[in-house]
Ligand binder design. Structure first.
Ligand code: HAM
Length: 438
């Protein structure tokens, strides 16, 4: 047994039992994105590594430590590209927007992706995997703060429709290109004398990605974070107005929110509004994160194109649904189960024909396999929870008849549960579907 293959650490199978959660989340996401006018996009799993390096930023954990990157085989000219499995969805969507001329469409362009696999070589733990999946939205081509509020409202409506409670919405503004450098200087001034006592990661952050100093989880640095200058105290006039408007519009949407002045997010491309949702029960892990990224298209060589988006981790949403006891609609059971009561090839062939006919008529139909005994077949029919069983019995078949047993009928009165139906009338018996609603 020891040499049996296992899934890689941090990678998981999504088994049939969990599929109803995935279906339900997808259905609700589709419903809500449609209400808000978003259209679906899918981008490749694999992109040039530099796409992520340039956008998410050197000095971020996602790019420096967590990407799955490799050199591709050489092309005809002997050139090799370095490729990466995508660690996040925004860079690919913005590349696709630029590459496919979406700037020529009426703006803004509202896009969403669903169950998109992302790969980060993170330390696996509950709610943190090396492959995870995101529901994400990106809106490009417009910097109206109404869109920041709309996106947060969309997410809020999504969680509400899923039935999740006690979801906390945190927002912050990390400023624009005018205010950010000044703020970063202030932050460095504050941290410089404290640096010796900071954790090793923070010493690197100080040079490479000072905003992330505020995101440190080490106990020794928490007091420093609490007293550090806050981004919202150093906003330019334009950034202040933008953030004020976002708050007004969120009130118009009736989304309850709190400002978290320490929220900075882990990727480099953000400007202005950033946001995260957490549940009361799972305060450490975010259900989703996002923000505005007005400079990102330019980093990719495109024209200035404002943008805003979020990614929500499906695995984390499922964990939270389970924690809150929210059951998705169950997977559908078969409507009909076909059994054959003698191990005669002719009966089995008839069972296959009947199964085929019922499926063509649109009925979810299962049959017994493996030439089992009567008793074993009836146990299978019961276990399948099908509404009806079609019994093929040699004597009856000789007269062109089969027996249909209503598996849901109450009581022991066999007669009321069973009817004989002519083979030729089989589909008609189940149509219209009112007999067979499960
Ligand atoms: P992010 O905050 O890195 O943002 O990830 C978004 C969400 O993905 C997280 O809030 C979490 O729910 C889920 N997630 C991230 N890493 C893991 C993991 N290792 N295991 C399980 N779930 C995880 C982004 O990815 C940005 N692209 C979001 C965005 C879109 N910003 C603008 N547009």
């Amino acid at each position: 047994m020891s040499d049996q293959f296992r899934a890689l650490q941090g990678f998981r199978d999504v088994l049939p039992e969990e599929q109803p959660y995935w279906h339900y989340i997808e259905a609700v996401a589709q419903e809500v994105t449609e209400l808000f006018g978003y259209r679906r996009i899918e981008t490749p799993l694999l992109e040039e590594t530099s796409l992520f390096r340039r956008t998410s930023g050197e000095g971020t954990d996602v790019v420096d430590k967590e990407m799955y990157s490799f050199d591709d085989r050489a092309d005809k000219e002997g050139r090799r590209q370095n490729l990466s499995l995508r660690p996040e969805g925004t860079a690919g969507v913005v590349r696709a927007y630029l590459e496919n001329g979406m700037a020529r469409l009426p703006q803004p362009v509202k896009l969403y992706y669903m169950n998109a696999a992302m790969f980060r070589r993170d330390r696996p733990q509950a709610g943190r995997y090396r492959e995870h999946h995101q529901f994400g939205c990106e809106v490009l081509g417009e910097n109206d703060p109404a869109l920041d509020a709309e996106m947060i409202a969309l997410l809020y409506q999504f969680y509400t429709r899923l039935g999740l409670k006690q979801i906390h919405v945190y927002i912050n503004s990390i400023g624009d290109r005018e205010s950010r450098p000044q703020y970063i200087e202030k932050l460095r001034e504050y941290y410089r004398p404290l640096l010796e006592t900071c954790c090793e990661d923070c010493q690197v952050r100080f040079d490479k990605n000072p905003l992330r100093l505020l995101d440190c989880k080490e106990p020794q640095d928490q007091a420093k974070i609490a007293n550090a200058p806050k981004t919202i105290e150093h906003l330019s006039e334009a950034a202040r107005q933008h953030f004020d408007a976002v708050q007004r519009y969120l009130q118009a949407y009736e989304v309850p929110f709190r400002i978290n002045p320490l929220l900075v997010r882990g990727l480099d491309y953000y400007t202005h509004t950033v946001f995260e949702f957490t549940s009361e029960f799972e305060s450490k892990l975010a259900l989703n994160g996002g923000g505005r990224y007005d400079g990102l298209a330019e980093i990719l060589g495109g024209p200035h194109t404002p943008g805003i988006g979020f990614g929500a981790g499906i695995e984390r949403i499922i964990l939270e649904m389970k924690r809150q006891g929210i059951e998705p609609p169950a997977a559908q059971k078969p409507e009909v189960f076909v059994v054959y009561f003698d191990r005669v090839e002719e009966l089995k062939t008839t069972a296959i024909q009947i199964t085929a006919r019922l499926r063509k008529a649109g009925l979810r139909t299962e049959m017994s396999y493996g030439d089992r005994s009567r008793k074993a077949q009836m146990r299978q029919a019961n276990a399948s929870q099908a509404a009806y069983t079609v019994l093929i019995i040699a004597d009856e078949l000789a007269n062109g008849l089969v027996t249909i047993k209503d598996m849901r009928a109450e009581g022991d009165d066999i007669e009321s549960k069973q009817v004989q139906v002519s083979l030729s009338d089989l589909e008609a018996y189940f149509q219209p579907h009112e007999h067979a609603t499960v």
